[in-house]
Design a protein. Structure first.
Length: 150
């Protein structure tokens, strides 16, 4: 479920949710609709498409894509959670026995060891800062390179 699942559950309960993303993977039946749109696509589309399928059927959600953004934050009521991590199932992961014999773009390189993704976040309650982040969302939504996918 993760944090995105909780956000969608809150939308189902009537909370208005706006999602902004740099990355998008349309469901196969919608690929033609978005064929001329530029957006960053994830390497592994399965989980992303599963999330989008759930989001697409959730009330009270709007979803925008802008290839230029990279900020990661959530605004809930009078609270801003600013993060260094992506909102994905691997946002916090520790694997102590990784063995990658070769890399796609570096065939002569291998890796054996630890893989660890650790993130941090800060909780901000300052109303002035939160308002500036809300204004940032509105600004991004209105940019010509931003597309609405829901």
């Amino acid at each position: 479920q993760g944090i995105l699942g909780v956000v969608l559950k809150m939308a189902d309960k009537g909370i208005s949710v706006t999602c902004l993303s740099q990355t998008f993977a349309p469901l196969p039946q919608y690929e033609q609709k978005f064929k001329d749109v530029k957006f960053r696509s994830p390497v592994k589309t399965g989980n992303f498409q599963k999330f989008y399928a759930q989001l697409k059927n959730t009330k009270n959600v709007t979803y925008f894509i802008n290839n230029d953004i990279h900020s990661k934050y959530i605004i809930i009521d009078n609270l801003l959670i600013y993060c260094s991590y992506n909102f994905t199932p691997t946002q916090f992961i520790y694997l102590d026995d990784v063995n990658i014999p070769t890399f796609k773009n570096m065939p002569n390189v291998s890796y054996t060891g630890i893989h660890c993704e650790v993130g941090m976040h800060v909780v901000i309650k300052d109303r002035k800062i939160i308002k500036s982040f809300e204004a940032n969302v509105a600004n991004i939504k209105n940019k010509k390179q931003t597309i609405q996918v829901k």
